[in-house]
Design a protein around this ligand. Structure first.
Ligand code: CDP
Length: 203
């Protein structure tokens, strides 16, 4: 089965999805890492992301490998975030990446995290959660993670939020049947417990 966790940058998706996957014994899928790989390589090679996406060999696990190269850290820089968000707005890139993601989650038990898991990648997901938090809270968490300035992160986040929610193809939007969970003011353990309870209810 698939547990879909979607939401904007900094809502806590990665931490929550990883923890829920661990708790349930499911495998974690970081769909954003794939857009990050495409964005990074397109930027490095100065090529259109749509050309890069279909031929890139992405391996997700403990480390993220792109054509065999370890890019785990390289894909997390602010430049790579920006490149990912741009690449992800291209429908040809999304087609190539979504096709791979659908193949990945077709068998086994997954906690998949992203922007369009519940709407596009796995519309039949058994559980759909849309995680949100206030923009300030999201920027605070991300800045702490990166050791960066909160105001700069808030500005960059606003640009990405705007692009992710207004793009023509698969904009960031909650699936109609997703459970919306605002994590502002909740501890990580509280969020994990709520998601785990949703999964227990359908198992
Ligand atoms: O961790 P954060 O939410 O900042 O980013 P991410 O999940 O790694 O995603 C990076 C970028 O990829 C986002 O800004 C989105 O534009 C894009 N993305 C997407 O379009 N669809 C997904 N399923 C996952 C990510």
């Amino acid at each position: 089965m698939v547990v879909a966790i979607d939401g904007p940058a900094g809502a806590g998706k990665s931490t929550v999805a990883r923890a829920v996957a661990d708790a349930l014994g499911f495998t974690y899928l970081d769909s954003g890492a794939m857009y990050r790989c495409v964005g990074l390589v397109a930027r490095e090679q100065d090529r259109p992301p749509a050309e890069v996406a279909p031929e890139l060999r992405i391996e997700l696990g403990e480390r993220v490998l792109c054509d065999g190269r370890d890019v785990t850290d390289a894909i997390r820089t602010p430049e790579a975030s920006e490149a990912a968000s741009r690449a992800a707005a291209d429908p040809a890139v999304r087609r190539a990446v979504v096709e791979q993601q659908r193949r990945i989650v077709a068998h086994g038990d997954w906690v998949a995290e992203g922007r369009d898991i519940g709407t596009v990648v796995a519309p039949d997901a058994a559980v759909k959660v849309f995680l949100t938090a206030s923009p300030e809270e999201r920027a605070r968490r991300r800045a702490a993670q990166l050791g960066a300035d909160v105001r700069t992160v808030l500005q960059e986040q606003a640009i990405r939020d705007q692009r992710d929610t207004t793009r023509e193809h698969s904009p960031l939007v909650a699936a109609p049947d997703a459970v919306q969970l605002d994590t502002t003011g909740l501890t990580l353990d509280e969020v994990i417990a709520r998601v785990a309870a949703l999964v227990d209810a359908v198992r």
